[in-house]
Design a protein around this ligand. Structure first.
Ligand code: PEP
Ligand code: MG
Length: 320
């Protein structure tokens, strides 16, 4: 990559015509957060809290949780930090929450679904997040993973309200959530598309299986359609509540442009991808991003969608 191009990233993601697209980081704890802040991330779009406790056999105490979350908030004073509640299960088992004997863990009791089986863990986590947020200047948002229905979103929002957390949201990573985004967004303040799982569940292709990688591609037109539907659900809901993306798709500069063109308002990615995404986004106007998104949506294969988008983004040649 060419240093002068990458230097374009000054800490504010924007299109060529000044439409701001905050570029946030995905982090797994305080160490990551410090690195992400140094890389210029405008905030945290996804704190994977389960990464703080992967080795644990038992539920972390309130003090341990408060310390883990506060470490991340302290790296982003005055900035937005989106905390995801424990996404245990499937590829990330937590012994105190998940049942290792399930035949299909990706379709099992994971993420928000563990609340019914292990009552109290989610409430205690929300209380710890609220406690960590008190005394920090970070703008703390909270979201639940693996939400499938509006009823689940409403229940999560009620638990957040009881904990004193004012900005509840959900991940959209199950196709049913994308399709019913309008009713889900009536219950919560924002949505964040988890394109890794959304792709896996849309294509019915295990994200961990190499032989299925061609299906497991976020450029799949079906996945792009679900992104479009989610944004449309937000617009229909009335006040256009924010819809971000926090899956790996946001880290692909050409796909990031497509996502912005589809109406996504923030992009969250691993910190190392921020500069390239910022550089490419800065070369297109919002109108051009919309046109590129339309071209990609009309493709009939992920390869065609990607080639169509890349063909409109000459800067990608320079970035290599
Ligand atoms: C996703 O599914 O896209 C996501 C961001 O969550 P995770 O990768 O942690 O499942
Ligand atoms: Mg996920």
């Amino acid at each position: 990559a060419n240093a002068s191009t990458l230097a374009v990233f000054t800490g504010r993601g924007t299109t060529a015509d000044g439409h701001l697209v905050p570029l946030l980081a995905n982090v797994g704890g305080a160490k990551d957060a410090v690195k992400a802040a140094a890389a210029g991330a405008e905030g945290v779009g996804l704190l994977r809290t389960e990464f703080c406790f992967l080795e644990r056999e038992t539920e972390p105490s309130n003090a341990e949780q408060v310390e883990a979350y506060r470490g991340v908030f302290d790296a982003f004073p005055g900035r937005k930090v989106v905390v995801r509640t424990l996404d245990a299960g499937a590829d990330k088992p937590l012994p105190f929450l998940t049942d290792a004997t399930e035949p299909n863990p990706a379709l099992g009791v994971r993420g928000y679904r563990t609340d019914a089986a292990s009552p109290g863990v989610l409430e205690r986590q929300l209380a710890a997040i609220a406690e960590a947020a008190t005394g920090s200047t970070a703008d703390v948002w909270v979201m639940a993973p693996m939400i499938s229905t509006a009823a689940e979103a409403a229940h999560f929002a009620s638990l957040c309200a009881a904990a004193g957390l004012k900005t509840p949201g959900v991940m959209v990573e199950v196709p049913s959530a994308a399709v019913t985004a309008e009713s889900i967004l009536r219950e919560v303040e924002f949505a964040s598309l988890g394109t890794n799982d959304l792709t896996q569940y849309t294509m019915a292709a295990d994200r961990q299986l190499g032989p299925l990688a061609a299906l497991n591609n976020p450029w799949q037109p079906a996945v792009l359609q679900l992104v479009r539907l989610t944004v449309a659900g937000s617009a229909a809901e009335g006040n256009g509540k924010p819809v971000g993306v926090c899956g790996e798709a946001a880290a692909d500069p050409a796909l990031a442009v497509v996502l912005v063109g589809l109406g996504v308002s923030t992009l969250s990615m691993s910190a190392r991808s921020l500069a390239a995404v910022a550089a490419v986004l800065a070369t297109v106007t919002l109108k051009e991003a919309r046109e590129i998104a339309t071209l990609a949506l009309r493709a009939t294969s992920p390869g065609e969608a990607r080639e169509r988008a890349r063909g409109k983004l000459p800067i990608l040649e320079e970035l290599g």
